[in-house]
Design a protein around this ligand. Structure first.
Ligand code: ATP
Ligand code: ZN
Length: 722
């Protein structure tokens, strides 16, 4: 009998393709092959061999194998195929997500040598008309480190300009930067664990064999990173691999530097800022089984480890672990499954654990280890609510808050002001006719960005020039309403002209290297005020920040999303946790119009776990996750009717014993980028049953001929509803 293989393609298709295997070729599951497909040659991945092809079909033959080893080793393959079923995402796309872009395109799996460059001059010696070369030098001087040739070309310059500058010796070749920063620290300079840390560390799994999950609840500033380092030092063998998942790398470069102090070159990083060459090289290192400790964001969980000995997920509650589109996996949850497959321990660490993980700990599925003291001599900050109902505000800040900032600066310390919104103001309103400027493509208002005189939609890419009068009635009583980071920045700059006011949000950190410049300024310790969004809440360790002001805590208090209270508390505690991490005590002022709200009150008096217990009771009462499993079918179409019709049609198959459905209903933002969105929510306490129902509906929808403008997707364990 001729040999056959079943192949997955990088296509959104819930089907696989059978091919003949040429005489003498060895193929195994997970291997890359080149196949004829229509008139093209495509890269495929072998899913099964020696299959029985459907009768009556003439099979084509595999052209060749791209290598004689499996690009996806067995555990990685199994992880992805499990994820494909769990998240109801086509297997081909899941598998290809785990390959670096070069390998997806069928390129050879060989290390890519690439030159990187640093500028040696500002270009003053260049002739006046050498505009592009000057621009390139300027661009290079703004980069955080050496720039690779491909990054330079990606930024719009040419290879000729690079060779030109190199010929004039205005730039020079450099060592690649990504895996260099942070040198090995001599062991006697490493901190010894505090007694509280030692106690926590002693409860971590001793053996290396077998699945074992720990939830490490360590308050902000308790030194969880130090625990991870000691743990790895003790448990990891010289030949083993470790995976450390983090929500963000670029925002907190000091975390990687601390790992390098312990492990030097064994540390490799994986994140979205790597170029294709760096991705391929790192991927190959992991695939070859080199004993790396890989620090990476979400998708690092899909790397082809072959000798994984332990996994750490830092800030495990962070929503960035969940992929928001396409293959909507949770990096944290896949990490847990990966630890199962690898039979290795996993540590999930956070000061504000997700209710999902905490639920697992309460059910004894995870061991709970607590670390409730700050490292060094720091004490947790004191939190208080500042009722702003009848207070005049300047740029969102009340007098007492401004006074507290002044006192902090006068003492030579730093203050951090948290605002939940970037831009200048969330809406522009006419005080004559009441008109509020909306996005023409979405059911949202436009945010006013004063720095670049624009009004932008934060939900689609729409933008318009800002005007000084109402576009509807031409009145000049046309004003910004509400707070954004830019507006608070202006108020602070005016109130404290003698100190730098540093804004940290997606707009101010877009340029490469800007985050580093900001961190350098703050780490110098000189008095300054930081103002920013969420970005400031994440893992930073600024020892001289002693005051945190939350401009408005009320956003999440009355949301329809059942996760909103959990997320609000997590954000407030994380941002509060930036205060008083050094030797000086920290203080947190939370401005609110609801100072008698029980949730905010408990924030000031109770620890996170006891608040989590209360939130958990509410979840249990409403039978929300983690007490039931949730999935959402979303539909998008040119009209709301089309979206609702699609969901109405699947509702009967979604409703059955053991499954509750809500909807279909229009989404909270019903129109987004001119697409009308609706959703159908499914809830069940039987994961298997829910999964089977989802699979049936997906299969059915795949076979439907839908109108061209109608799209659907399924989100399992969604983080956002609405
Ligand atoms: N045993 C120790 N001795 C001295 N300093 C320590 C020790 N452990 C941690 N630190 C210091 O304490 C500070 C806080 O540690 P770390 O950043 O690891 O906290 P964390 O638990 O990750 O906090 P968060 O959750 O708020 O990000 C750091 O500056 C770290 O260097
Ligand atoms: Zn829009």
């Amino acid at each position: 009998m001729p040999r056959t293989a079943r192949i997955a393609l990088n296509r959104p298709l819930r089907r696989l393709f059978d091919y003949l295997v040429p005489e003498g070729m060895q193929v195994t599951r997970g291997q890359r092959v080149q196949i004829p497909f229509g008139r093209q040659q495509l890269t495929g991945l072998v899913v099964e061999t020696d299959v029985e092809p459907p009768a009556g079909i003439t099979l084509k033959t595999i052209s060749h194998a791209l290598e004689d080893w499996q690009a996806l080793p067995p555990e990685t393959f199994e992880l992805l195929s499990w994820a494909s079923t769990y998240y109801q995402h086509p297997l081909g796309e899941c598998l290809f997500t785990a390959l670096p872009p070069a390998l997806r395109r069928g390129r050879p799996a060989r290390e890519k040598e690439e030159d990187s460059w640093t500028a040696k001059s500002s270009g003053s010696e260049l002739p006046a008309n050498a505009h592009r070369q000057k621009a390139l030098l300027q661009w290079m001087s703004q980069q955080p480190g050496p720039a690779s040739t491909s990054a330079i070309i990606k930024a719009g310059f040419t290879r000729a300009q690079v060779t030109g500058l190199a010929g004039k010796e205005l730039i020079e070749k450099a060592q690649q930067d990504h895996n260099q920063a942070g040198a090995l620290l001599s062991p006697d300079l490493r901190p010894t664990l505090t007694p509280a840390q030692q106690n926590a560390a002693s409860q971590l799994p001793a053996g290396r064999k077998g699945f074992d999950a720990t939830l490490l609840y360590g308050i902000t500033g308790s030194g969880k990173t130090e625990i991870y380092l000691h743990y790895l030092k003790e448990r990891l063998t010289d030949t083993g691999q470790a995976l450390v998942l983090v929500p963000e790398i670029n925002l907190t470069p000091q975390t990687v530097a601390r790992f390098r102090h312990y492990f030097g070159d064994r540390i490799v990083v994986w994140h979205s800022a790597l170029n294709d060459g760096e991705r391929l090289n790192t991927w190959l290192k992991v695939r070859r089984g080199q004993p790396v400790i890989l620090i990476g964001t979400r998708s690092a969980v899909l790397l082809p480890f072959t000798g994984l000995e332990t996994i750490i997920v830092d800030e495990e509650h962070d929503s960035s672990y969940k992929q928001g589109e396409g293959f909507r996996y949770s990096g944290r949850d896949l990490a847990v499954y990966r630890a199962h497959l690898n039979k290795c321990p996993i540590i999930l660490g956070s000061a504000t654990p997700s209710l999902e993980s905490y639920h697992n700990a309460r059910q004894d599925k995870y061991r709970l280890v607590k670390l409730e003291e700050r490292a060094k001599k720091a004490v947790p900050p004191t939190l208080s609510l500042l009722d702003i109902r009848s207070r005049p505000l300047e740029g969102g800040l009340s007098r007492p808050a401004l006074n507290a900032i002044r006192d902090t600066l006068d003492r030579g310390e730093q203050a951090l002001v948290f605002v939940n919104r970037r831009g200048y103001a969330p809406v522009m309103m006419c005080f004559d006719c009441g008109h509020m400027v909306e996005c023409p493509r979405c059911d949202t208002r436009l945010t006013y960005h004063r720095r670049d005189r624009a009004m932008r939609c934060h939900h689609c890419d729409y933008q318009a020039a800002a005007t000084s009068h109402c576009p509807k009635c031409q009145s000049e009583a046309f004003k910004p309403v509400g707070q954004g980071t830019e507006r608070t920045e202006d108020t602070l700059a005016e109130a404290f002209p003698a100190v730098p006011v540093v804004r940290v949000d997606r707009d101010s950190t877009q340029r490469k290297g800007s985050i580093q410049a900001i961190l350098d300024k703050v780490n110098s310790g000189a008095p300054c005020v930081l103002v920013g969004t969420q970005m400031l809440a994440k893992g930073h360790d600024f020892p001289n920040v002693t005051l945190v002001v939350v401009v408005n805590a009320d956003g999440g208090l009355f949301s329809v999303d059942f996760r909103a209270p959990e997320q609000l508390i997590q954000t407030l505690l994380q941002v509060s946790g930036r205060a008083g991490r050094g030797s000086k005590a920290g203080k947190v002022l939370i401005q609110t119009c609801h100072s008698d709200h029980p949730l905010l009150k408990s924030l000031c008096t109770e620890n996170y776990l006891s608040i989590a217990d209360q939130l958990m009771a509410e979840r249990e009462q409403g039978q929300f996750p983690p007490f039931r499993h949730m999935a959402i079918f979303r539909a998008e179409a040119d009209t709301m009717q089309n979206s609702l019709e699609l969901l109405d049609a699947i509702k009967p198959s979604a409703s059955g014993p053991g499954i509750e459905t809500w909807g279909p209903l229009p989404a909270l933002i019903a129109r987004r980028a001119d697409r009308h969105r609706a959703q159908l929510v499914l809830l069940s306490n039987q994961r298997g049953r829910l999964n089977a129902v989802l699979a049936g509906i997906c299969q059915h929808l795949d076979q439907q001929k839908l109108p061209p403008k109608v799209k659907w997707m399924v989100d399992v364990d969604p983080l956002e509803i609405g």
